[in-house]
Write a protein that binds this ligand. Structure first.
Ligand code: BDP
Length: 647
């Protein structure tokens, strides 16, 4: 749909009015970036650490461990940040620990941060799993619930109490999951003293990945002036060759402020500018943001520089924040997913944040390796199964044109008590945190509110109707989905979503060993869904475990041959249905990943097409050939000349 420029501008202004309605959250969560007015001080590296092994795990709070250096209250060990703590030591108790662990870091902050009261100093945690309490010099500065999203606190006043600038940061993190957390879990005490020792308990989880814990993403200080740019929202559109960037800037710390907004292209030329807290930038001869393998120049980003000037009786403030902006549109019809009005077919993967030793800790070598593998594979997309990934990963997606389905941490909602109001309100809050963080990423084209909940339970209907509606109200510019497990007859989410995402494991969890049933069962399933809901479908998970190096032919389960043949049978149906309403296929999983121990898992889930160490299994080559072929069929360019497939 191509509206005239004027109508599009009005639509954008209406959108901003909608975006602010009924928010639970106050304030923005811009990614910390250095600029002429902002400094960033990363605190990655070695922290000191202690797990609170007391029976009720409350010794640290009872003895106020945050009041003194941690090493004065008991033994400490080195702990890298960011990283999960579980696989760092040789101690099985730390690997499987449940409860509060304590991290601490001492440093000296720059004198000018202390002396200059016009500087605002913010402490930011990229993510910590699951509940966190943060102190600076013994003063509680914030707490946060939820393992995959950032939180921050203004700490200038606390730091200024000590003119030497010495600073002790203490972070207590608890990985206990309850029926009301996202994801949910449950602690069970085993009271049969003939079978279990006193105080024995286990944490039940209803999701299939290891509940890694600790400080998973960077902790850092950043500064802004007292009057500062608190949030920016952009919505993009285009008409013919004119790009439109509607923006809204929120300012804090000043009653009045002058704002200058400039859009700069990759060559450093200013292509549009405006004044004021909201407006529309018009870009002539626009370079649209295109996905990888659909254009010779994918992932085109402009830089939007927001410059604030304000003054109070004492001083003047200037704040500068630069946001990368990709100009693109997303639309859905009953059979298609359109990016920039062109049909887009997702040929990609599901991932996990998971690797040896680091667990879920952010790790740049791993991130870059994974992007190189995605490109090698010819993958144009992934789903952030089953929680929001690091902002740094989404920035890579923006730059490389990798399309993202951004999923909330609502995985494993299986207990009826997790559909009550406490859970629902928390879920709405988390969707706000997610949209607030990721709304400006061009790579993010759809929100996924949950994965495979027990949607047959009676309260699920109201629950998901509410979460999906809230998400759509928060962001009317992106479609919303809900990832269903196979049983369409019991599904409660599909009536409300824009795209139907389905997971199934034919010839694995059903009819194990019978790959010959895949095509029939998949065809029936697709036709049922599409006839009932008339919405486009994404095969959001399919796959089979393969223990690397295990070979049997004719294929049997858990061999590399079986994984290959499962994929090939699914692909036959994909090729029929993508001519109709199938708009994507995402393999489960990109790489093997760790799970809790259990009789169905051989040191983790082995459905990766790459091993956990990122080496290809036989299935990776099948998929690579297929994805490059799909790219050549569905791409908009003569890709063989532009992108020689490295077969
Ligand atoms: C799917 C889940 C995913 C699991 C996968 C499996 O969405 O988290 O890892 O099954 O069992 O249903 O491999």
């Amino acid at each position: 749909m191509c509206l005239p420029v004027r109508q599009q501008v009005l639509r954008a202004l209406w959108l901003f009015a909608v975006l602010d309605a009924g928010l639970l959250l106050d304030g923005g969560m811009l990614y910390p970036r250095e600029s002429s007015s902002r400094e960033v001080k990363e605190l990655s590296g070695l922290w000191v650490f202690r797990a609170d092994r007391s029976p009720n795990r409350k010794q640290g709070f009872d003895e106020a461990w945050y009041k003194r250096p941690l090493e004065e209250t008991g033994p400490v060990i080195d702990m890298p940040v960011p990283a999960s703590y579980n696989d760092i030591t040789q101690d099985p108790e730390i690997r499987d620990f449940i409860g509060w662990v304590w991290y601490e870091r001492e440093l000296v902050v720059p004198t000018r941060w202390i002396q200059d009261e016009s500087i605002r100093v913010v402490l930011r945690v990229g993510s910590a799993h699951y509940n966190s309490v943060v102190w600076v010099n013994g003063v509680n500065v914030t707490q946060h619930e939820g393992g995959h999203l950032p939180f921050e606190a203004e700490v200038g006043d606390v730091l200024r109490k000590d003119p030497t600038g010495s600073c002790r940061i203490t972070i207590a993190v608890n990985n206990t999951l309850t029926l009301y957390t996202l994801p949910p879990g449950n602690i069970q005490y085993m009271n049969d003293r003939t079978r279990y020792p006193d105080g024995f308990f286990v944490q039940s989880i209803y999701f299939d990945f290891f509940n890694y814990a600790g400080i998973h993403r960077p902790v850092l200080f950043y500064t802004t002036p007292k009057a500062y740019v608190d949030d920016i929202t952009v919505v993009t559109d285009f008409s013919d060759n004119t790009g439109l960037v509607s923006y809204k800037v929120s300012v804090k710390g000043a009653v009045t402020a002058a704002l200058k907004v400039t859009l700069i292209d990759k060559q450093g030329h200013c292509v549009a500018s405006s004044n004021g807290p909201f407006g529309v930038l018009k870009v002539q001869d626009v370079n649209l943001w295109w996905p990888y393998l659909t254009h010779e120049n994918p992932g085109y980003l402009y830089s939007m520089e927001v410059r604030l000037s304000a003054a109070d009786e004492r001083t003047t403030y200037e704040d500068v924040y630069t946001l990368p902006v990709g100009i693109r549109t997303v639309n859905v019809t009953s059979t298609q997913f359109l990016i920039n009005n062109k049909p887009f077919y997702f040929h990609g993967v599901n991932k996990h944040e998971d690797s040896d030793i680091r667990g879920k800790g952010l790790d740049w070598p791993l991130i870059v390796k994974d992007f190189n593998l995605l490109k090698w594979l010819g993958a144009n997309s992934f789903r952030t199964s089953h929680y929001p990934y690091a902002e740094e990963i989404l920035q890579m997606c923006d730059r490389h044109g990798i399309v993202v389905i951004d999923e909330s941490p609502a995985v494993g909602i299986k207990d009826i008590r997790s559909f009550g109001n406490v859970s629902l309100n928390h879920h709405l809050f988390v969707m706000e945190e997610l949209v607030r963080r990721d709304k400006n990423h061009p790579s993010v084209v759809m929100w996924s509110v949950a994965n495979e909940p027990a949607s047959e339970m009676p309260p699920a209907d109201y629950y998901f109707k509410t979460v999906i509606k809230h998400t759509r109200d928060l962001d009317p510019t992106r479609p919303v989905t809900f990832v269903s497990s196979s049983n369409f007859a019991r599904d409660k989410g599909a009536p409300y979503v824009d795209v139907i995402c389905i997971n199934n494991y034919f010839s694995w969890y059903h009819d194990p060993g019978h790959v010959e049933v895949i095509t029939l069962q998949l065809n029936t399933e697709y036709d049922n869904w599409h006839e009932k809901y008339k919405k486009p479908i994404i095969q959001s998970e399919y796959g089979a475990d393969a223990v690397p190096g295990v070979h049997v032919d004719p294929p049997v389960m858990f061999t590399e041959e079986y994984q290959k043949v499962v994929l090939q049978n699914y692909h036959k149906v994909f090729d029929q249905k993508r001519a109709q309403y199938l708009i994507g296929e995402l393999i489960w999983n990109f790489a093997d990943f760790m799970t809790t121990q259990g009789v169905t898992r051989v040191v983790g889930n082995k459905k990766g097409i790459f091993t956990r160490q990122r080496q290809p299994k036989a299935a990776a080559f099948i998929l690579k050939e297929r994805y490059w072929r799909l790219a050549n069929e569905t791409g908009r360019l003569p890709l063989w000349t532009k992108y020689p497939c490295p077969l």
